[in-house]
Design a protein around this ligand. Sequence first.
Ligand code: HEM
Length: 177
Amino acid sequence: MVAENQKVLVWDPFVRVFHWSLVLTYLVAWVSAEEWASLHEQAGYFILVLIGLRVVWGVIGTRHAQFRDFVYGRATTIGYLKSLKAGTPRHYLGHNPAGGWMVIVLLLSLVVAGVSGILIGDTEHGLWKEIHEASANLTLLLVVVHISGVIAASLMHGENLVRAMLTGRKMRRSEDV
Ligand code: HEM
């Protein structure tokens, strides 16, 4: 039997290092965008490498790092959103269904921004540049929603998710999914 109400390791070291490296590199990419092209490009490549590694880890990694642990089907996701609206969301040890989809959309948006950035090449204008700017803006919007979601979920469940992403540990509850 699995013990309840005890701290368990949810985010392995890879996930934690990935997350905070991504946050840092994303910040560097934003700050350098206008006036430090070489740094901006390096940050973009690094983000793509980080995501490539995360995708591999999402298949072969530890339990809560795996995509199959947090990419839920339609019914579960809609059910979760309804329970959220009703103010009675279930507690998930790993990513909840809304958070899981946010992870996927965030990663996709970053990949589009990264790849379109590479494809701009030396041109000043063009479709790739437009796609790059649109996806970069979309990513910023997603990040704002992501951080708001993390704060909201932390308050709703009375747990500090930011600390959990630092230590890797969360309190397991009897009602956990
Ligand atoms: C200071 C700002 C940020 C904070 C406090 C933060 C916090 C968190 C937390 C607590 C989680 C785990 C959510 C859960 O418990 O289900 C998480 C996951 C995640 N965050 Fe952030 N985040 C921040 C910024 C960002 C940024 C800027 C990005 C992307 C550009 C990002 C991308 C992700 C991704 C991809 C995951 C999933 C991690 C994984 O499963 O590998 N975060 N974040």
